[in-house]
Design a binder for this molecule. Sequence first.
Ligand code: ADP
Ligand code: ZN
Ligand code: ZN
Length: 692
Amino acid sequence: MVQVAVEAPTHTGLGAPLDYLSDRSLPAGTLVRVPFGKREVTGVVWQGRRDDPAPAELKRITETLAALPPLGAAWCELVAFAAGYYQRGIGELALAVLPPELRKLDDRQIANRIAKLQKASAVAPSATADSPAAELPPPSAEQEAALARLAESEAAGDAPTVLLHGVTGSGKTEVYLRAAARALDAGKQVLVLVPEINLTPQLEARFAQRFAGRRIVAQHSGLTPAQRLRHWLAAHLGLADLVLGTRLAVFASMPRLGLIVVDEEHDPSYKQQEGARYSARDLAVYRGKLERATVLLGSATPSLETWQRANEGRYVRLGLAQRIGGGALPAVRLVDMNAMPKAKNAGGVLSPPLVAALQERIARGEQSLVFLNRRGYAPVLHCGECGWKSACPHCSAWRVFHKLDRSLRCHHCGFSERVPRACPECGNLDISPIGRGTERLEEQLADLLRSETAPPPRIARIDADSTRTKGSLESQLGAVHAGDVDVLVGTQMVTKGHDFRRVTLVAAVNPDASLFSSDFRAPERLFALLLQAGGRAGRDAAHAARSELWVQTWHPQHALYAALKRHDFEAFAASQLEERAGAGLPPYSSLALLRADARTPEAAREFLQAAAELAATLPGADAVMLYPPVPPPVARVADVERMQMLIESPSRAALQRFLAIWLPAIHGLRRDRAAASQRVLRWAVDVDPLAI
Ligand code: ADP
Ligand code: ZN
Ligand code: ZN
């Protein structure tokens, strides 16, 4: 009898591995095919053999995928931990993070794939051909010191978790590369995580150049199923030395793992937002401990959770305070919008001093980057006669006006229609856009920056709309790098990671909303976004002295902007941590969100209330605090009403213990056919939620 983890949906209550009959004992981590209900599914042997007498009705394993070396004990332990921590079934999580192709292939097909890979790597250039060290720039003094401390803490014995806090352009990537070189030389594999799929080609190129002759594979959702399997196998078989990927790659099977790098560790993209809502950053830290691998968390604006752990001495802190080449950080210019005249045509959206500064850049042949976190032309269309607005019929949100294809599109459910010629309510022909998105900003910039004497400025836009077709992002970024663009307009997509050499001005047009958000993490995210965006300016030391970050604000006195002006992350972090401590928020407490979806808000609320009443009867309830159910900011999406309830505890362990008892009880509640729970479409828990 062996235990097999299969993909059983959490709500079936079959989260734990199931018993099956097997003639032979199979090592844990072996992939097998087993009957499950009416189907045959792929599963992972979780416990090799148990000798207790098997009940007669047990089903038998149908096939063993023996060609595939079993998943390692550490991999299984990571999955078991993640499933427990994020409250999902073990098999559900295990199968979700393995390449989907594995489920389709039989043993012979897998053997074929493996043979092909091994043949390919036998003819690939040998690993001795690392590019000659002579071509490398010598590390800066700060990089050198950081690397020395890293080596020191590694030598001290236990695999350290290290925060590399380096200002933008300080050469963090060079530290990753050199740390990776050391791990590779020691015969280890290296895992590098990046927040965005867009950033993988760029980083892959940098690693490929440095480690010519080494096998590097990418793992992210943009790969074809066949590529994903091939890359996964290469890592699992130990043929690939370097794995580079987005959050999913934290589960890459790597038998010789020695180093995990998490670049921009503060980035919200590391948190999975559906299914098992895991944090790849947090799992990377756990995995490092498990496999005795060094974990290097890099950021110019670390998450407050990470910062706090470094303060407590649980992480080693390394700092890079200077830009490479001694370049200055961009000077921060706050434009007080209260003092600006309301320009007629642009509604005052671009202040005269900012327009003048942009014109100056164009005249000097330098580039500027203007960002606004809202795509489309305008967030709402409005009828001045009757007050009609372009609401989405399926969501509690406005449909966004996209001018290019003349559509009204809901960014929550995707519902799209052609823009009406006249107001659908009263027939008024004069319906007008309110507010602006990147599309309109691009148009307004073209207008404002036009001059009689010079050729028209070259303006480009990068956002989710302009980069929909494959390869368009690369070609647009290419144009910026080649100097074919004067002003780049975009959403926060353009603020991350890119090493633009000729940008000397970055402007945030309208960032104020986050100052007063109900989400306690909004200021942290805004500060990181602005500092990171500013980091795109002056990366070329020759231009650094006149690089500027412009912020248009109605609240120039705000403490966040004061800290930004001084590039003072430490002061900002200290004041945020003080607030969090006072309010009992993370990192001083642990949170979970219970979410429920239903056809009516009442049904969702009743379900959460029933869950709360149930909670009160359970052991450990006194260690957690349940808040009343509230709707999220956009309550209705695609005709489904959403409601959420916050659970808080000063102790992570107490919260974990409580969730482990409470959630199975909630499943029971649904099976009891209690009226309220029957009307809920689905519910889920989010442990350590990012947005509340
Ligand atoms: P960060 O990731 O901290 O923003 P990068 O690693 O991208 O910074 O480095 C910024 C620039 O400095 C890159 O163009 C990089 O090639 C260059 N650079 C990094 N380290 C060195 C060094 N030791 N000598 C010369 N140039 C360097
Ligand atoms: Zn009207
Ligand atoms: Zn909608």
